[in-house]
Structure formats: C-alpha cells, structure tokens
Write a protein that binds this ligand. Structure first.
Ligand code: F6P
Length: 554
C-alpha cells in the first residue's frame, strides 16, 4: 500500500485552493446553475439502490481533484492488494480477507499455502447444518425439549454486527428468540436471564481471542448458573454451549467440545466478522438461506468495489466525499440516519467499523499525522432524530454531513405511515440543503423587494430566528426494500468506504492498538479495588475516585 503524506500531494494542494473558492457557495446556487445536477451526481447499484450525492457542497471540479487524490494514492492497487490477501494489516502482519467470507464464486483463495476457501466452506456447512437442526427442532436440550432461545455472548465485533443484522432482518425471523449479552455490567446478563429458560436455550460464546474479559465473565456466570441447575450434568453443556473463536485451546479449557466449536480466523478483523461464524446467531434467527443471501449481497458490492472505475465506484465516492468535509471543511462528525425502525442499530454498528478502523494518529510512515483522520460517526433512526437533534442540523453552527437511508417499500404496510415517513425523508434533505432564505420569507409575507436593502426593516418585519441557512450536505440512499441481500450490500458499501478513507488518510485501518491500554489499566485497578486499604498509587483524581468508592460501597 502506497504511503505518502496526503497534504504533500498535488491533489491535496489543488483541493485546498479549490476549497477557498467553493466554501461559501450555496447548494441553492449549485442547483439553480445546473439543472442536470442530480443526473451528474447520482448512481444506481443494480436495480436496488439509488445513490444521490448531488446535495453535497461540491462540483465536478471537486470530484476531479478528489479522484486524482485517490489515484495519487494508487487506491485501485490497494483494493486489489486487499482482495489478493496481501498483509495490509501491517502492524499485526495479517491479511484482511473478510471479503473471502462471502466470495462464493472463488474456488480457491490461497493464504499462507492453505486454501482458505475450503475452510470457509466447511464452516458455512457447519453453520447450515447446525442452524437447520435447531430451527427444525431436531436439536434437543438436556431435558429432551427443542430449543426456543439463543443467547449470543460477545462484545464489539462479536456482538454489534449480529445484533444489528438480526434486528434489521426481524421480518425474516423464525420462532427462535435471539438475545445478546455484551456489557460487563451484571444487569445485562441478569435482565436477559429473566427472559429465557436455560433448559431450552443455547449459548453462543463469541470471541475471536476468547480472552475478552466482558465476554468470558458473562459466559462464566451463565455456565455456573447452568451447571447449578438440578439434575444437570457437565456433559449437558454439549447440548447448550457453543463457541465461535480463533482460540481453540481456550475454548476447550472453558469446557466446550471441538464439535461445538465454530472457528474464525486472524485474517478477519472483529469489526468485519459478521460474515463469519460470528454471524451464527443471524443464521439461527433468519435461516441459512437468508444468511447466504446476506453474504451474496456483500459479495455483489465487493465486485463493484473491485471492478468499477473510481468515478462510478460508490464506496470510493462516499469515502472521498467524507474526506472532503472532514479534511477541508473541518467537519468533526458525520451522521447516518436510517428511516427504518428495524435498522435502529445500524449507526451504532458502523461506529465500530468507522472509528475503530480510522481513529488513528500515526501514519503508515510511523509519523504523527498532521491532518484529520477518522471522524466521529453517529446517528439515530428517522423520523425520531427530527424531534431530538435536527434543530442543530438546521440552525446550529456545525457542518454535519449526513447519509439518509430509506427503503422505498416497507415490511409493514400499516395505514399511511410509510408515505408520511418518505415525505419526511425527502423534506429533510431538501430543507437541510436549501433552508429558507430571507428572500423566500419576504416573498411569503408579500414584502416588497425594496425592503431587502433595509436590514433594520427586515429585522423589524420578520422573525430572523425562523430563518434556516441550509447548505447542510447530505447523501441519499433509496433502497427497494431492506432484505438480507440489500443489507449485505449496504454493510459492505460502508466497509469499503472506510477502507477508501484509510488508504487516503495514510493510516492502518485494520489494527486497534488503542483499545489495549484501557484493558491493561483496568486489570491493574481491579486488584487495587479488591485491596481494603486506601489507594495512593495513582494520580489524585483516580485515587480519590477509588477511595470514595471504597468508603461508600455497600
Ligand atoms: O474493542 C476491541 C476488540 O478487540 C474489538 O476489535 C473486537 O471486536 C472486540 O474487542 C471483541 O474481541 P473478541 O472477539 O476477541 O472478544
């Protein structure tokens, strides 16, 4: 992967100059001056997604420079390197091959002299057989009854993806109830245990390392409670406990048999692992057929990303547009608003993909970056956000580029809800783009044009507080419907957007060393908390906080 400081590239310098010219241009003018604007800045993906990026503060010149920036970084070659299994996860000396998990058409993908395609195929077969057995009530618990509930125990990439997908694809769920335990807070496991009967529940312990404290603590608590049940034998664990991990030794030590072990690999990052056996709870919830459609959707986006020229490549454009705002308009955050209640976890899921990938400050040359890297990603479902934080979007002082996503067809055709939801979707991107100018307000009140010159008259005559400047940029995605296939497309789209950003930010997007510090400090403090004496070994704040705890705990 080519490594150079982006700010030294010709394109970056051109973009800086271009930015100074365009920064105050209003979307109102961009649209008034070019009636073909939508046509120029919109793309279709298959016959399933319309991507409209015309309501962005950019011109063809902007795209020209952004695309040149991608070329200066040999983005195309970086994409090929990932697909070829090159060790682009440089600091961990690993390949990045989550795309292999959904490459049905490949018959061999050789990695470290092993054909990993066969391994992937074997695990998929195991997922299919097991999920079918549970769904068809052939798999029995220790009481001889079939399974009613599935509990996934994991955190981060071993939780967020499966949780989001099972929520998003609820219209496809079967009779099984799937639950997710992730938080170390004992409340999480306590509240889930209230909802299930252990005798008809299977527990999926999902952890790539099988050492993550939250997951192993939750799993151990459940294992103890399970074995404390009357008439339960240790051997009964084989009917109820399953592991998804890279670490077979730790799995066996925990007491889970090889038969109940679903392997994942070190060339799949946690936040990119929903396509692997980490997605077992998805297959149990919606069936293997739908799970494979989910994979197929992602695979079709992979082909697009690998084979489409940059200027028509949706993930590339999305990543470049994000860089345009993050690095030139200095927007600190970007938002994703999905106008679909089933997709309520989508933005939360993408937080890890974006922020754990690109929240870095050392570049690929081992220098501290002097440019912005990963921005803060956030979002809530529409239309709820409109009654919470959209005020800031419309009249605040922050530039917040946002992606609006909606299915044209809903799974729940009840009354006139969906057409109203659509009206808000279209209205919000329009209002954010064009706002309401003084001229329009004056026209509304039939004021004479001449009044425009008289600022005082304007202030006296109209409520200036009702004006919305507009010029907030948005991308719009219209999907035919949210199905396993289209959801797979959408997730892969954002994975590849993040890849694009990381290449151009000249950082390594596939490690996460920053999360190690907190874990090691927590282990150290845990021992201190168990020690009855007052704590003096840390800074005055930490000491005081710990001692206040020690003096007040029940
Ligand atoms: O947040 C750090 C992290 O390592 C994530 O990258 C990962 O998804 C999560 O913790 C869980 O890790 P594991 O699957 O090994 O339990």
């Amino acid at each position: 992967m080519k490594s150079l400081s982006p700010i030294t590239t010709k394109s970056w310098k051109n973009l800086k100059k271009h930015y100074l010219k365009i920064k105050d241009v209003h979307l109102r003018d961009l649209f008034q001056n070019d009636l073909n604007r939508f046509k120029k800045f919109s793309l279709h993906f298959e016959d399933i997604i319309l991507f409209d990026y015309s309501k962005n503060r950019l011109t063809s010149k902007t795209m020209f420079h952004l695309l040149n920036l991608a070329k200066e970084f040999n983005l195309k070659e970086s994409i090929v390197s990932m697909f070829q299994g090159k060790k682009i996860n440089f600091t961990e000396n690993k390949s990045v091959l989550h795309i292999a998990l959904r490459s049905f058409d490949k018959k061999n993908i050789i990695l470290n002299k092993k054909n990993i395609f066969l391994e992937i195929k074997n695990v998929l077969k195991k997922i299919k057989l097991f999920s079918n057995a549970v769904i068809n009530k052939k798999w029995k618990g220790y009481t001889g009854n079939s399974i009613t509930d599935v509990v996934n125990i994991g955190i981060g990439g071993s939780d967020l993806g499966p949780l989001m997908v099972t929520e998003a694809l609820k219209p496809y769920k079967n009779h099984l109830n799937v639950h997710y335990i992730s938080n170390l807070d004992g409340t999480h496991v306590t509240e889930i245990l209230k909802k299930i009967d252990m005798r008809t529940t299977i527990f999926l312990i999902s952890s790539k390392t099988f050492t993550t404290q939250e997951t192993i603590t939750n799993a151990t608590t459940i294992k103890k409670l399970f074995l404390n049940q009357k008439k339960v034998l240790k051997s009964d664990m084989s009917k109820h406990f399953f592991a998804i991990s890279m670490n077979q030794d730790e799995v066996l030590k925990f007491g889970i048999s090889k038969e109940n072990f679903f392997p994942i690999w070190d060339w799949v990052g946690g936040r990119y692992s929903v396509w692997s056996a980490v997605g077992l709870s998805i297959a149990l919830s919606i069936g293997y057929k739908n799970f494979s459609l989910f994979l197929k959707g992602a695979s079709s986006m992979d082909k697009h990303f690998l084979n489409t020229p940059l200027k028509k490549n949706i993930p590339v454009l999305l990543g470049l547009i994000s860089i345009w705002y993050n690095n030139f308009f200095n927007s600190q955050t970007e938002a994703i608003f999905v106008y679909d209640q089933y997709m309520h976890k989508f933005s939360t899921y993408l937080q890890q993909v974006h922020m754990e990938s690109n929240g870095k400050n050392i570049d690929r040359n081992k220098n501290i970056v002097s440019w912005q890297t990963g921005s803060i990603l956030w979002g809530e479902p529409g239309s709820n956000g409109q009654h919470s934080f959209y005020q800031l979007l419309h009249q605040g002082t922050k530039l917040i580029p946002s992606d609006f996503i909606i299915p044209i067809n809903t799974h729940n055709k009840i009354n006139d809800h969906h057409i109203k939801l659509l009206s808000h979707f279209f209205a919000q991107t329009r209002s954010l783009a064009f706002g309401k100018s003084i001229k329009e307000v004056l026209k509304e009140h039939n004021f004479k044009k001449k009044l425009l010159q008289d600022k005082k008259k304007i202030n006296d005559n109209i409520n200036i507080y009702k004006l919305c400047n507009g010029n907030q940029p948005t991308n719009s995605f219209l999907l035919k419907k949210i199905t396993p296939y289209t959801l797979g497309i959408l997730i892969a789209l954002y994975e590849h957007k993040v890849f694009t950003q990381g290449v151009i930010m000249n950082i390594f997007s596939f490690d996460q060393w920053g999360v190690e510090l907190g874990k090691s400090v927590a282990n150290n403090i845990l021992n201190e908390l168990k020690n009855k004496n007052l704590t003096k070994k840390y800074d005055s704040s930490t000491n005081s906080l710990i001692n206040f705890y020690k003096l007040n705990k029940e």
